[in-house]
Design a protein around this ligand. Structure first.
Ligand SMILES: *Cc1c(COP(=O)(O)O)cnc(C)c1O
Length: 329
């Protein structure tokens, strides 16, 4: 077995896998299963906690006592970071992107309750210089006596990626217990670390599943580069030669819609439909778009060579609350 870095234990793992009987039947294609990574916890629910288990361990080993990270105003990652920080007795400082006065709602509301210090920056500053802004904050907070540790967007870096390397191992274990083989794993992609970890785990453990990512922003080329980069950073932590090319990274582009965190009526309707059909609530920013993409691709026949698809529900429920006005009942 490969020697990966150590982690702290915070998430409720393993997360369960269930079959979506009615959706599979409705689409008439392969069987669709869902892995409930939205149930990794309440305060730190979603996929980010798996990455944070590794990143925060590294921060603790370095003697740090404050976590700095960044994201959009409704960032699940920022909220999970604030929750994990409080859980391990650290402070947190979140750099959030917005260009307007924000209502205290959803994840941002939880950030405040969890005691995070918050700094707002504009979309332009975020795009061009979020890393520099976090570095400056680190200097300032160091002067106040803190020892800060910076976690990049989505904890999608070398260390964070092991969260989903581990999740792949968990999936392989569950396949054995269930007597099932998932030949495709489908997830939403936002900063690439989840995809990178699954891809690396799948490769290293010779699992042979095809990993598909539905991008929630940017485009295919951007993510092939970003994922290639995070995987290479991860390889620096393990003594392993892993050969792969960017061609093996499968991005199902075409479902960004109106843009990051912006919803189209058909996406909202789809979320509503799945909630009524399966009792599962998807989020508007990632999983709603990703499963909408999966359903469309199944209808188009893109998955006809697969028998069992595993969709990972990566969380995001709290972000839905700020979109309540888009639903009609
Ligand atoms: C961050 C996030 C993703 C995307 O994961 P990345 O590792 O950033 O690509 C997917 N779903 C939800 C709910 C998220 O919060």
């Amino acid at each position: 077995m490969v020697n990966i870095p150590s982690k702290i234990k915070i998430a409720n793992l393993p997360t369960k896998i269930e079959k979506l009987e009615r959706l599979s039947k409705k689409l008439g294609g392969p069987s669709i299963f869902i892995k409930r990574d939205d149930q990794t916890g309440i305060e730190f629910s979603g996929n980010k906690v798996r990455k944070l288990e590794f990143a925060v361990k590294e921060a603790m080993d370095q003697g740090c006592n404050l976590l700095i990270t960044c994201g959009g105003i409704q960032s699940n990652h920022a909220r999970a970071t604030a929750a994990v920080a409080a859980k391990v007795g650290m402070a947190s400082c979140l750099v959030l992107r917005t260009n307007k006065e924000e209502e205290i709602d959803g994840n941002y509301f939880l950030d405040k309750i969890l005691g995070a210090k918050i700094k707002f920056i504009t979309p332009k500053e975020y795009k061009e210089s979020r890393m520099e802004i976090m570095e400056e904050l680190k200097q300032e907070l160091s002067k106040e006596g803190y020892k800060p540790y910076i976690i990049p967007e989505g904890a999608s870096n070398g260390i964070g990626t092991f969260g989903y390397f581990n999740a792949m191992e968990e999936i392989i274990e569950q396949e054995k217990e269930m007597g099932i083989k998932f030949d495709a794993v489908v997830i939403a992609v936002g900063s690439g670390g989840t995809y990178g970890g699954l891809f690396l785990g799948n490769k290293v453990m010779n699992n042979g599943a095809k990993i598909y990512g539905v991008n929630a922003c940017e485009n295919e080329e951007y993510f092939k580069n970003q994922i290639d980069k995070v995987i290479k950073e991860s390889l620096d932590y393990i003594d392993e030669v892993v050969e792969f090319t960017k061609d093996e990274i499968n991005i199902l582009d075409g479902y960004v819609g109106r843009g990051y965190a912006l919803s189209r009526p058909e996406e909202i309707e789809f979320i509503h439909e799945i909630a009524k059909l399966e009792g599962i609530i998807l989020d508007p920013v990632y999983t709603g778009k990703a499963m909408y993409g999966l359903a469309n691709e199944i209808k188009k026949g893109s998955f006809k060579n697969h028998n069992n698809i595993l969709f990972i529900h990566t969380g995001g429920l709290y972000g839905l609350f700020s979109k309540k006005d888009l639903f009609s009942f």
